[in-house]
Ligand binder design. Structure first.
Ligand SMILES: Cc1ncc(COP(=O)(O)O)c(C=O)c1O
Length: 420
């Protein structure tokens, strides 16, 4: 069959209709959110510990407990704050190493450094999440924890990661910032490791404006996280703090955020039901396209369905393929483009690569508890860069209709016929 002329070469594009916004929960903000936040404002009670039984932050915590099945949930001011509290919760401190994937937002590494630990960067595999085999290779006597990150709504290989953690007596902190509502083999993300951390920032599945949540099944982990999140936690909630107190921050969530988060939380199931269905349609439509290798999620059913992708043999081909798709009217992107400093890719974590510090002493890098020979370099995870260079990704939204997915499918077939 002769290939149709591509739009990038002057042919007719598959579609000229703009695609709907890819904003998930934040794009749905409407009268319910406005009413909920207004009610808090009218009450003039914005501080959660003054709101007592009517606290919207407490209500949001209850929703996360119910969804994850964890006994404890702590609302905080952001996803990074959740990670810091979670790390403190499991006891990560000066000199500890925490293994993180080379594909995650820089905040994951930042939280480890703020706790005095060091991020040890491991490769991702073709799931685009942490490679369990590389985790095992990166374990040293200083390793305290593993931080799987469920990036772009893709659940990590949690069975393998938990098995490695158990065998090496390590703790697991799940970064669920981009995967609120996800499951792994039926178990909610965030509830599999020793602690799970969510973000409710603007670009996430659901939002509280800013905000985060820590969930855990372990009372001590919760109490340590809670003490860290408020410098006077034992004053506000003495019943929640049976441990010896230590210095805390102001990482509290406020009642307006709690109210917004509650309404958004109730939208989550509907959003994900739609994105999961759309992703299944897309995958079905492109899985047999010759020349591309479909990205497979470690758990197709639990995957949020907010991203999909495929690999090409070279990064040049991936870049060209994505450009051709965009010319066909379909939003698609290649991920790793040298020169575009995407802070989701480890080689652009400048303060990790350069071991920069806010402290004149260079802490924590210079701590005698850390390995002085540890080096970071932009090419230290070549497999990660190779995979990210060769992948073409789609971002999916519950606002898309079948028609949008069908345009994506037609465009992939058309471009593949012409270029591969
Ligand atoms: C994977 C990941 N971890 C952590 C964070 C930090 O969350 P926040 O921006 O709410 O602090 C984000 C989001 O920005 C993220 O995508």
């Amino acid at each position: 069959m002769t290939a149709e002329k591509l739009a990038i070469d002057g042919g007719t594009p598959v579609t000229t209709e703009p695609f709907p916004s890819t904003a998930l929960g934040p794009g749905d903000i409407g009268e319910e959110e406005i009413a909920a936040v207004t009610e808090v404002l009218r009450s003039k009670c914005l501080f959660r510990f003054s709101a007592g039984d009517t606290s919207r932050c407490a209500a949001l915590e209850a929703k996360f407990r119910a969804f994850t099945g964890c006994d404890y949930a702590l609302a905080v001011g952001g996803g990074t704050a959740a990670l810091i509290c979670g790390l403190v919760g499991i006891g990560v401190g000066e000199g500890d190493e925490v293994i993180v994937p080379g594909l995650t937002y820089i905040a994951s590494a930042s939280a480890i450094l703020i706790c005095g630990g060091a991020p040890v960067i491991a490769e991702i595999d073709d799931s685009l999440t942490l490679d369990p085999a590389d985790v095992e290779r990166k374990i040293t006597p200083r390793t305290k924890a593993i931080m799987p990150v469920h990036m772009r709504g893709i659940p990590c290989k949690m069975d393998e990661i938990m098995e490695i953690a158990q065998r090496h007596h390590l703790l697991v902190i799940e970064d669920c910032a981009q995967a609120c509502g996800g499951l792994y083999r039926g178990t909610p993300l965030g509830s599999i490791g020793h602690v799970g951390c969510f973000s409710l920032q603007q670009f996430k599945v659901i939002t509280a404006g800013e905000g985060g949540m820590v969930v855990t099944r372990d009372r001590t982990v919760y109490e340590r996280a809670a003490v860290r999140h408020d410098s006077a936690m034992c004053f506000w909630k003495p019943q929640d703090t049976t441990i010896t107190p230590f210095a805390g921050e102001n990482f509290r969530m406020n009642e307006m955020e709690g109210a917004l988060g509650c309404v958004q939380f109730d939208r989550m199931a509907g959003i994900l039901q739609k994105t999961r269905r759309l992703k299944r349609r897309l995958v079905e439509g492109i899985k047999d396209v010759p020349g591309i290798t479909l990205h497979r999620s470690p758990c197709e059913e639990g995957d949020l369905g907010i991203s999909a992708g495929f690999f090409l043999p070279t990064s040049e081909m991936a870049k060209k393929f994505a450009e051709a798709l965009r010319a066909e009217g379909v939003p698609a992107a290649s991920v790793y483009d040298k020169g575009i400093p995407d802070r989701h890719i480890y080689c652009y974590w400048e303060y990790v690569m350069g071991k920069y510090s806010a402290d004149a002493s260079g802490w924590p890098w210079t701590s005698p508890k850390h390995d002085p020979t540890r080096v970071y370099s932009p090419d230290m995870c070549p497999r990660t860069l190779d995979l990210l260079g060769r992948v073409v990704v789609f971002t999916l939204s519950h606002r898309f209709e079948d028609q949008h997915i069908d345009w994506m499918i037609r465009a992939v077939h058309k471009v593949a016929r012409a270029l591969l």
